[in-house]
Write a protein that binds this ligand. Structure first.
Ligand SMILES: O=C(O)CCC(=O)C(=O)O
Length: 255
């Protein structure tokens, strides 16, 4: 969705936009707010990311297939800027979908490099009651922030909207996905891709000559237990957060 200049300037959704975004989340499993973060913030995030990423790459093998890296992010400036972690446009959706006592428990990134391949189509979260045929409300949402434009040639995320987030029980994803509608999410740097963690998706090959970094923050209902390691947050960084930030990261490892 393209927001109005006023919505971007005030970082507040009109009531009609919020309702439309919520309907997109419920029906399609995702919504995109295009190019809503300040350009200078995104440029700073990209520059700092590439430095941290190159250091990580020098000491670590790729962990999401050939030339594709998942990397946790340090909880520090500029990554933990309030426009990133407590973004009002994303939180407007998250508050309605998960409730105001949701937590943020994952602070990381995905980066396909030139030479990466298709991933298997997958969902990012377990079903709560796989033995039933019930489609449940959302309980976990990922906010992706592209740090470069996502184009056809540089490995955009491919998604299966329109119901895969509501699939009850175990499905044969690999057999079903090729028979279903999918889309690549093309969006400018600094957009917000807000998606239900259950929605099927995959990384696609990066055929350009540059890395394609994507920040990933996961927000969940406070009772959800996952296998992700705690986010390491220094006491100083935690104290520097807004009240909302403190509440969102209250279950993480504050040292
Ligand atoms: O390409 C991306 O940003 C998403 C990658 C992904 O879905 C994964 O590694 O699980």
């Amino acid at each position: 969705m393209k927001l109005s200049p006023q919505e971007i300037e005030t970082q507040a959704l009109n009531p009609e936009t919020l309702q439309l975004a919520l309907q997109c989340m419920k029906v399609n499993g995702y919504v995109v707010f295009e190019e809503v973060l300040p350009k200078d913030l995104v440029a700073g995030l990209h520059q700092e990311f590439m430095q941290v990423f190159e250091e990580h790459r020098a000491r670590t093998d790729s962990n999401r297939g050939n030339n594709r890296y998942q990397m946790h992010l340090p909880f520090r400036d500029p990554f933990n800027h309030e426009a990133v972690i407590t973004n009002p446009l994303a939180l407007a959706v998250i508050d309605e979908m998960l409730g105001q006592d949701a937590v943020c428990h994952y602070f990381a990134s995905d980066t396909p490099l030139p030479g990466s391949d298709y991933q298997k189509v997958h969902s990012d979260i377990h079903l709560l009651f796989p033995e039933t045929s019930l489609a449940l409300p959302a309980y976990s949402i990922v906010v992706n922030i592209p740090l470069v434009d996502f184009r056809e040639d540089n490995g955009p995320v491919e998604i299966w909207p329109g119901g895969t987030h509501l699939m009850p029980g175990a499905m044969n994803i690999q057999e079903l996905a090729p028979l279903m509608h999918s889309e690549t999410v093309l969006m400018p740097a600094g957009s917000l891709l807000i998606r239900d963690m259950r929605m099927w998706h995959r990384g696609t090959p990066n055929r350009s000559d540059e890395a394609r970094p994507n920040m990933a923050l996961i927000y969940s209902r406070h009772w959800l237990k996952t296998h992700y390691p705690s986010i390491a947050i220094s006491a100083g960084a935690y104290e520097g957060l807004s009240e909302r930030g403190k509440r969102l990261f209250r279950f993480e490892k504050i040292t």
